[in-house]
Write a new protein. Structure first.
Length: 114
C-alpha cells in the first residue's frame, strides 16, 4: 500500500481537502473531484479502492471522478497511515471511523465485498 512518509503526507493532503471519512452508515473513505489524474494517482499509490466516473453533475460542469474504499482492512491501514498529517476536523472523522471499525470487529461484523 503506502510506502513512504511523503506518499502518506500527499494522501493526507488530498483527504484533508477533498476527502470524506464515513463512519455512520456504510464505512468508507472517499474522494471526489474533477481531476481524473489525481483520482487515478490515489488508486495507483494505495493499490486499493475503486475509481468511478460520475460524469457531469450539470451540463456546464466538468466530469467528476470518485475514488472509494470500503474494505475494512484497507480503511484501517489508510486511516492509520494518514492520521498524523490530518487537521483537527478530519482527525475527528478519521478517529470515528477507526473507532467504528474496532467496535464492529469486537462484535464480529462481516467484511464488505468491495
Amino acid at each position: 500500500m503506502l510506502d513512504s512518509n511523503s506518499n502518506n503526507a500527499w494522501l493526507a493532503g488530498i483527504l484533508e481537502g477533498e476527502g470524506s471519512f464515513i463512519s455512520k452508515t456504510k464505512l468508507s473513505i472517499s474522494v471526489a473531484m474533477t481531476d481524473q489524474d489525481v483520482i487515478e494517482r490515489l488508486s495507483t499509490l494505495t493499490g486499493v479502492g475503486r475509481v468511478y466516473a460520475l460524469g457531469r453533475q450539470k451540463g456546464h460542469h466538468k466530469d467528476v471522478w470518485r475514488w472509494t474504499i470500503y474494505r475494512r482492512a484497507h480503511l484501517k491501514s489508510i486511516t492509520e497511515a494518514v492520521l498524523p498529517w490530518l487537521g483537527k476536523r478530519r482527525t475527528v472523522a478519521a478517529q470515528a471511523l477507526l473507532d467504528r471499525i474496532a467496535h464492529d470487529d469486537a462484535r464480529g461484523s462481516s467484511e464488505p465485498a468491495a
